[in-house]
Write a protein that binds this ligand. Structure first.
Ligand code: HEC
Ligand code: HEC
Length: 238
């Protein structure tokens, strides 16, 4: 990830030290990663090999599997490159991504990002503490809100860093929990400047479960082409 300047390092330090406004995170001069344009039609055809694990259109019913539907294309592409190039590893995905070329990756990203993500229902008892953490973090303990990077609706955002910030709304819970736990334990370390690892290191198992529950309940509607969030005005849906 040599394309990045030092700016985001400063950002994440600021983020963890306090809980600044988004404007402090978004550096206008941050380099933009140019993504290859993908064809959703080609991606649809090429996605046949992915269906057994990621479901018909990127909505697997097994909670342990990642939903890809409605995910941001730049993020999908980055993950596939990371699996292929070894920055992220998992026995199944490392093998599946090994021979994907950049154009195939762009096509797959174009296809999955334009599929509608299915809804999940949050369990209110757990979702309530999850909501407080999601929206406010724990400023005293240096934990930023998730909103800062993933948006108030869990819609993520493009740009700022390579791959941008992923959609986490309506993600499968078991997958969500495994990812945040892997960041905490350092097993997943493909996050730019250790951003997610720094966040996850401040979360307990109970925190992670509650966050998974709250995020699951966020609406996947209008994820595609969601406008960049304005955290000062946007109200979360629940
Ligand atoms: C044998 C099962 C299997 C197949 C087939 C498979 N995947 Fe995966 N995929 C996984 C697993 C398991 C993970 C989660 C890995 C982890 O825990 O880090 C994953 C993760 C991903 C991610 C990261 C999701 C995220 O939110 O970060 C992407 C993108 C992805 N797969 C795309 C694909 C594509 C495209 C194909 C077809 C070319 C494919 N996968 C085929 C099992 C599979
Ligand atoms: C400083 C920015 C930042 C903050 C704050 C942040 N995240 Fe993240 N998060 C990221 C980035 C960047 C990634 C993707 C890393 C990569 O490129 O693989 C990520 C990835 C994730 C993933 C994995 C998504 C997937 O599909 O595999 C989950 C889940 C997640 N974050 C949850 C959270 C939660 C919950 C919070 C609040 C406690 C939070 N994040 C706060 C930057 C952040």
């Amino acid at each position: 990830m040599t394309v990045m300047s030092a700016a985001p390092v400063a950002c994440v330090v600021v983020l963890l030290a306090g809980c600044p406004k988004t404007q402090e995170l978004v550096q206008p001069e941050a380099p933009v990663v140019v993504e290859i344009e993908g064809s959703a039609a080609q991606g649809s055809r090429k996605s046949e090999k992915c269906t057994e694990c990621h479901g018909e259109n990127g909505n697997p019913t097994d909670s342990d599997r990642a939903k890809l539907a409605g995910q941001r294309p730049a993020y999908i592409a980055k993950q596939l490159r990371d699996f292929r190039d070894g920055a992220r590893s998992h026995e199944d995905m490392t093998e599946k991504a090994a021979d994907l070329d950049d154009q195939t990756i762009a096509d797959l990203a174009a296809w999955y990002s334009t599929q509608m993500r299915t809804r999940e229902r949050g369990e209110p008892r757990l979702a309530k503490p999850g909501k407080a953490l999601y929206l406010h973090g724990r400023p005293d303990a240096g934990l930023p809100s998730c909103t800062q990077c993933h948006g108030p609706q869990g819609q993520g955002r493009d740009g700022v860093i390579p791959g941008g910030f992923p959609v986490i709304a309506a993600q499968n819970r078991a997958y969500f929990i495994r990812q945040v736990t892997s960041f905490r334990d350092g097993e997943r370390a493909n996050d730019e400047n250790g951003m997610m690892r720094a966040v996850a290191s401040r979360l307990s198992d109970d925190d992670i479960r509650a966050l998974a529950e709250f995020s699951a309940g966020l609406s996947p509607a209008a994820l595609v082409e969601a406008p960049a969030p304005d955290h000062d005005e946007d109200e979360p849906p629940q």
